[in-house]
Design a protein around this ligand. Structure first.
Ligand code: FMN
Length: 438
């Protein structure tokens, strides 16, 4: 067992999730039942068992959803009997076949294999919601972090649900919770198979969950090709986990309301940042920064604001050695150069608040920040300078911004000493709370 797994406290986390489920039902459906689509795999088994612990078995209903013959239906039956919960068996084959037939006959381009693969998951979701609606239920989502990380779930299919107890746990952690709950080993350690293809999950993905879990928790992946594969899948599937984007019309909202009203009224914020990893000067000595000081601040800003983020990155890297970087950046500064960027942000239309975060180089932002800023129209935007520095604070940054961001409303900025950046979470949160316009 690896150290990160040894550090996982299954007993404590199990108790925490049980309480979380209780709280969810208290706030979102007092007296409602948990409806869990049961596949017989570890995730639905663990979710159902957690719901039983949280709500009692009378308030948990399993829905078995075979698509015709399901070879491993015994596992689902074993689970519902083990937990002693009520259940329904709804065969989705008729619905899947009828829908496929209807779609095929209307699609001149033919139906894609991927569509055929994912349709059963979406029909299962429709069936689970139908059951929940008819029996005062809330649908449990059974995704885990590892699957979500690489997008191994069907959007509006098994990725749907009203509450998600396991989304922040890796496959290995889910198994530890399952064992802690005393579930039969056959269920906890059943080879994960999505039932949509003839292959196991790991065969479909091209790497093992053990490799993926280790990479998620430690950042270490020994095989560069696998790492690239995971990163690519992660990037491509992120959209599945975000809220549906809404067009930013800013009409008045006067009616009383909760979350939706808040979301409609919220100012839209973007953080545009530059940061350099490598040797730097901190508290009297040269240190090697694996993560730039400004990067820490940007992470805290993002958490505190939910803002979008744009990374200013140069085509030509600056020297990793501090003294060389000092020389080349000084020359660039003296010549007022605009180094080329790998990618440009085309527009900030649709954003109200623009946070500009970067280190102090020669009394202002590094020149690549200005390469980017000069391409944008700042009229009417609220601009918030954030800088990390080694003693000079914001220095001349405001003067530079006044010249660059024409017609912008430049607001109170934040200066953080570079050496304190990694510990600046509270300072950043305080600044967001008091200075950033909501
Ligand atoms: C090329 C260069 C020039 C710098 N110039 C200044 C400066 O004029 N004033 C200052 O306070 N700090 C200066 N510093 C220190 C950085 O502003 C500080 O270390 C910052 O936190 C680095 O952020 P980063 O890791 O996100 O790049 C400079 C650092 C470098 C590498």
């Amino acid at each position: 067992m690896e150290q990160f797994e040894k550090n996982f406290d299954a007993a404590k986390e199990t108790q925490n999730v049980i309480e979380w489920i209780r709280d969810f039902f208290h706030e979102n459906g007092k007296g409602c039942n948990a409806v869990v689509a049961i596949s017989g795999g570890k995730d639905s088994s663990v979710v159902a068992a957690l719901c039983v612990e949280a709500l009692g078995k009378e308030r948990v209903h399993g829905v078995l959803l075979p698509n015709g013959e399901q070879a491993d239906i015994y596992a689902s039956e074993l689970l519902v009997k083990h937990l002693g919960i009520g259940y329904s068996v709804i065969n989705i084959k008729g619905a899947v076949d009828a829908l496929l037939e209807g779609i095929k006959s209307q699609l001149p381009c033919g139906i894609q294999t991927q569509t055929i693969t994912n349709l059963p998951a979406r029909i299962r979701m429709a069936a689970a919601y139908a059951v929940a609606q008819s029996m005062n239920g809330r649908v449990a989502n059974t995704s885990n972090l590892s699957e979500d990380w690489v997008g191994y779930a069907t959007r509006y299919g098994d990725a749907a649900g009203d509450f998600s107890p396991l989304s922040k746990f890796t496959v290995g952690e889910v198994k530890m919770i399952g064992s802690h709950l005393g579930l039969p080993d056959k269920l906890v350690n059943k080879v994960p198979i999505d039932g949509l293809t003839p292959y196991t999950d790991e065969e479909n993905l091209g790497f093992t969950y053990a490799t993926l879990d280790r990479y998620i928790r430690t950042g270490i992946c020994d095989d560069p090709e696998t790492k690239e594969n995971i990163d690519r899948k992660h990037e491509a599937n992120l959209f599945k986990l975000s809220m549906m984007p809404m067009y930013e019309y800013k009409g008045d909202v006067k009616a009383a309301g909760g979350v939706l009203k808040e979301r409609l009224e919220m100012s839209k914020t973007i953080i545009i940042y530059y940061s350099r990893r490598g040797e730097n000067y901190a508290a009297g000595e040269i240190v090697n920064l694996e993560k730039g000081n400004t990067e820490f601040v940007v992470d805290y800003l993002k958490d505190a604001t939910g803002a979008d983020v744009f990374h200013v990155d140069t085509v030509k890297d600056y020297c990793m050695e501090y003294t060389d970087c000092i020389k080349e950046s000084k020359e660039e500064f003296m010549n007022d150069e605009r180094p080329e960027l790998k990618e440009y942000l085309e527009s900030i239309d649709g954003y109200d608040n623009i946070i500009l975060a970067a280190p102090n180089w020669w009394g202002t932002y590094p020149m690549p920040m200005f390469t980017q800023l000069e391409k944008l129209d700042f009229s009417g935007k609220k601009v918030y300078p954030v800088i990390t520095h080694e003693g000079s604070g914001l220095a001349n940054t405001l003067d530079w911004l006044k010249k660059t961001c024409e017609n912008a409303d430049i607001r109170e900025g934040l200066a953080i000493h570079g050496a304190e950046a990694s510990e600046s979470k509270e300072i950043v949160e305080g600044w967001v709370e008091t200075c950033l316009e909501k």
